[in-house]
Ligand binder design. Sequence first.
Ligand code: SF4
Ligand code: MG
Length: 314
Amino acid sequence: KLDIAEKFARRLGANVQEHTVHAVDKVDMSIAPGEVVGLVGESGCGKSTLGRCVAGVHQPSEGTIRYRGKDVTKLRGKDSLESRLNVQMIFQDPMSSLNPRLKVSQIISEAPLFHGLIDRNEVDEYVAMTMQRVGLDPSYHQRYPHQFSGGQRQRIGIARALAVKPDFIVCDEAVAALDVSIQAQVLNLFMDLREDLGLTYLFISHDLGVVEHLSDRVVIMYLGRIVETAPTDDLFRDPNHPYTQALLAEAPRLETDRRIYAPIKGEIPSPLHPPMGCHFHPRCPHATERCRTEIPKLKEIAPGRVSACHLNDG
Ligand code: SF4
Ligand code: MG
């Protein structure tokens, strides 16, 4: 029998394969316990691949992923299982990740039962507690996923992830499919769970507005590379990288007295054939000859802030 992570990996198999080449390149990031990191970029930038690597559902072809100091890509047996249970992933579309033939109580209790985290006679109580924790009425435990709204289904997905007692959750576009008002409710739930359970999150989104309120730190990716990392307040107040500035210009839901930046121009290039030099140069209003040939390195521009742009050398 496969465990949850492997099932996901299979389901994602085709998608993962085509991205293995250079989906993520020289990415170096760390997340402290209890921290919420927002990972932002357009589709195809490699953020989902990175998230899947972190969650252990996809093996990187090169590099290491350390969890509590141990390289998870080298863990085997019990240690590997433990780290995979500790790091859970929540996806955009709860309907495609929830088995439509299972009742909510089965969806929530399947993995903890299988891994011996709870006994059969504890199931009802455990399911009720877990449903309550995510704001679902426990009296609905005999219902099937299709009997719930989109927002409630995402709560079921969250309940299933929480049921194996993780301490780290990777959310990949976890609210992208929901109406804005429901998005806010689910985001609040994530924050409540952080408080209550001390969870750590990697929160992946194409939408800066979504990560603004819940992230301590934001990492911006463009075509497989990190281009900027900053504490959330700093990033929104004073974005350094022209790509970050363009993303901010395009986030209409953010109302502050931010400077107006030029919106992003042109289509995102294929991640399989990224431009030479700075990947962003065909779309960057500040690009120079140097940008076309030389890859800008991530440099510290202020304490806790890095950015990869040649403008920072000048
Ligand atoms: Fe723009 Fe050049 Fe900076 Fe890249 S390195 S973001 S092209 S100015
Ligand atoms: Mg994605």
